[in-house]
Write a protein that binds this ligand. Structure first.
Ligand code: SF4
Length: 345
C-alpha cells in the first residue's frame, strides 16, 4: 500500500495551503464580480471533471479541433504530440502565485485535501474522466471515427491544467505511473518548488518564467511571498542538471512583462533549456477580470520579442504557430518529437 504523508509533511503542507487561503482576498480582489462561493462550483464553472479527491481533468480546445479534423495544437507542430490523445490534468488546483494572466479564479480558495490520493488512483481516474468527457464525439457526425477510437487511449499527459502540480507530494511516482502506461509526460511548474523539481523526471519539463526581474515578478505573478523569487532562481539552476528535455515558457502580457529581453536572457541562461517557448497572453477565463483585451500581443509582436531574446540568448527560432501566437526557440534552430526518457530506477 502507498505510504500516506508523514504527519509533519502533511502539517507543513496544510500550513502552506492555509496561508494561501488566508492571504487570498485583498480589498480589490474581494470586490471582483465572482459568482463562485466554493471549490465545487469553481470546478463546474470551469468545465473540470474531478478525478479522485483533489485532481482534475479538462479536455482542451485542440482535442476537440483534432477530433473534428480542424487542426492540431502547437505542441503537435513543435513536439509531435497528438492533440486528440493528450490528457490535460492537474493533481492539485492549489497555487502559491496569483498570476494576472491565469485563467483560473485565483481569488477563490482551494481547500487542501485531508488525504492524498495515490498516483495509481489518479492515473486510473484521470483516464476514466477523459473517456467520459469525450463520449459525445462517438456519436458526432463531425468527428473522425478513427481519431475518436484513438482518443480513448491517451498517450501524452500534460500535467499543467491549473494550479501548481509540485504541491502533490507523490509527483515523481505519478509521472512514473503514467509512463508505465505508455504515456509521454509533460510537466509544467511555476518554479517555486526546486526541491520537488530535483526529484521529477518527466519526458519534458516546463518551467514558467514570466518576469525579467523581481519587481515585475511581484506585480505579474503575485507570489505568496517575495522569497519565492529566490526559489524560481534556484529552479532555473536546477533545470540545467535535469535528464528530461527542458523548456522555459514565457507568457507575454503587453504593458506588464513584455520588456527587457536581455533580463530574461540572463535568467534563462542559468537553466540552459533545450527550448524556449514565447507565448502571447490569451484573454480568456478569469484573467478577463484582471487584464484588458489589449494586453494580448499580436503574433508579430511575439515574434519580434522572440527575435530580440534569441539574439541575447544565442538561440535560434525553430518554429512558430501564428494561430496560437507562440514562437519556439532552440539552441540550433531545430526541433524534434518528444520521447520518454529511460527510467532512472
Ligand atoms: S502559477 Fe499557474 S496556476 Fe498558479 S496562478 Fe500562475 S498561471 Fe495560475
Amino acid at each position: 500500500m502507498r505510504r500516506m504523508p508523514l504527519k509533519e509533511e502533511k502539517d507543513d503542507f496544510i500550513d502552506n495551503a492555509s496561508e494561501i487561503q488566508k492571504g487570498k482576498l485583498n480589498e480589490k480582489q474581494a470586490s471582483f464580480p465572482f459568482d463562485i462561493p466554493d471549490f465545487e462550483t469553481l470546478l463546474k464553472k470551469q468545465g473540470y471533471a474531478l478525478a479522485g479527491r483533489h485532481s482534475a481533468v479538462k479536455t482542451c480546445l485542440w482535442l476537440r479541433h483534432a477530433m473534428n479534423d480542424q487542426g492540431f495544437c502547437y505542441k503537435s507542430k513543435f513536439y509531435g504530440v497528438q492533440s486528440h490523445r493528450c490528457l490535460q490534468m492537474t493533481p492539485t488546483l492549489m497555487c502559491n502565485q496569483r498570476c494576472l494572466f491565469c485563467w483560473r479564479p485565483t481569488e477563490v480558495p482551494v481547500p487542501a485535501p485531508e488525504e492524498w490520493d495515490s498516483p495509481e488512483k489518479i492515473v486510473e481516474e484521470s483516464i476514466a474522466c477523459q473517456r467520459k468527457l469525450i463520449t459525445g464525439f462517438g456519436g458526432s457526425p463531425n468527428a473522425i471515427k478513427e481519431r475518436w477510437i484513438e482518443s480513448r487511449e491517451p498517450n501524452n499527459v500534460a500535467i499543467s491544467l491549473s494550479g501548481e502540480p509540485t504541491f502533490y507530494p507523490y509527483l515523481p511516482e505519478l509521472i512514473k505511473e503514467y509512463e508505465k502506461r505508455g504515456f509521454t509526460t509533460f510537466l509544467v511548474t511555476n518554479g517555486t518548488n526546486p526541491e520537488m523539481l530535483a526529484k521529477v523526471s518527466p519526458s519534458q519539463l516546463y518551467m514558467s518564467l514570466d518576469a525579467p526581474d523581481l519587481k515585475t515578478y511581484l506585480k505579474v505573478c503575485q507570489p505568496r511571498s517575495a522569497a519565492l523569487w529566490e526559489k524560481v532562481n534556484e529552479s532555473l539552476s536546477q533545470m540545467k542538471q535535469k535528464n528530461s528535455r527542458t523548456v522555459i515558457r514565457t507568457t507575454l502580457v503587453k504593458g506588464e512583462n513584455m520588456f527587457k529581453p536581455e533580463g530574461y536572457a540572463e535568467l534563462i541562461k542559468k537553466a540552459s533549456p533545450d527550448f524556449v517557448e514565447i507565448k502571447a497572453y490569451m484573454h480568456l477565463g478569469f484573467s478577463r477580470l484582471r487584464l484588458d483585451r489589449s494586453s494580448m500581443p499580436a503574433h508579430a509582436e511575439v515574434l519580434e520579442f522572440s527575435q530580440a531574446l534569441a539574439k541575447y540568448l544565442g538561440y535560434e527560432i525553430a518554429d512558430e504557430s501564428e494561430i496560437s501566437r507562440v514562437v519556439l526557440l532552440s539552441k540550433d534552430g531545430k526541433k524534434s518529437p518528444v520521447k520518454k526518457i529511460p527510467s532512472l530506477d
